[in-house]
Design a binder for this molecule. Structure first.
Ligand SMILES: [Zn+2]
Length: 200
């Protein structure tokens, strides 16, 4: 069921279409604001609001944009998850190489293929541990408040809100030394994670 992005109440529909391209947003009965203003916004606005940590934009993406699922995650979100892991592999590899060059220790004497597999393995483990860690924390935190916790939505929220990691790639392209500030982006990713979870 569509959800009001402002207050989280369920609504019957988000808009009424009078003719092609002529739509009217439905106001929410509970908070009286438009149930989902993002229906009319394009992707740039949605992206900026994600950067600005607006909880409404996460409700829009999770409940109104993606098809409702009882379990499992949307194939597109899954692809984004894979992409984020691969980005992580690249960044970790890059850092290791830099570290070894700076300290004059020869980089691990293994074929590139094995190095890649090793770092990929580390990143997948890190991803899985993070996902389960957050699930555990959420189940402790709201364990008795709700009868059912939708864990697949927690996973989706975490993946979508980690979009900031993509910015790290830009830093690599622009200036290699910029990676020293990558912790800033990690903080942005972390706060987006928190915001997306809180929006649920
Ligand atoms: Zn509302």
């Amino acid at each position: 069921m569509p959800t009001c992005v402002e207050c989280g109440a369920p609504v019957t529909n988000l808009y009424t279409e009078y003719s092609k391209g002529n739509i009217r947003l439905t106001p929410c009965e509970k908070c009286k604001k438009f149930a989902d203003k993002y229906v009319e916004h394009d992707f740039v606005i949605i992206f900026i609001d994600m950067l600005l940590h607006k909880p409404q934009v996460y409700r829009h993406l999770l409940f109104n944009r993606l098809e409702y699922r009882d379990h499992g995650i949307d194939p597109n979100v899954f692809k984004l998850g894979i992409l984020l892991i691969l980005f992580d592999v690249y960044i970790k590899w890059f850092r290791l190489e830099k570290y070894y060059t700076a300290s004059n220790i020869p980089f691990i004497e293994q074929p590139v293929f094995l190095q890649y597999l090793y770092i990929l393995f580390l990143c997948v483990i890190e991803f899985v541990v993070f996902q389960f860690g957050v699930r555990l924390a959420v189940s402790f935190y709201i364990g008795d408040k709700y009868a059912i916790i939708k864990y697949n939505y927690i996973a989706i929220a975490l993946i979508i809100s980690s979009f900031g990691k993509i910015l790290l790639i830009l830093m690599v392209i622009w200036d290699y030394n910029g990676l020293e500030y990558s912790w800033l982006i990690n903080i942005v990713v972390l706060t987006s994670n928190v915001e997306a979870l809180a929006g649920n």
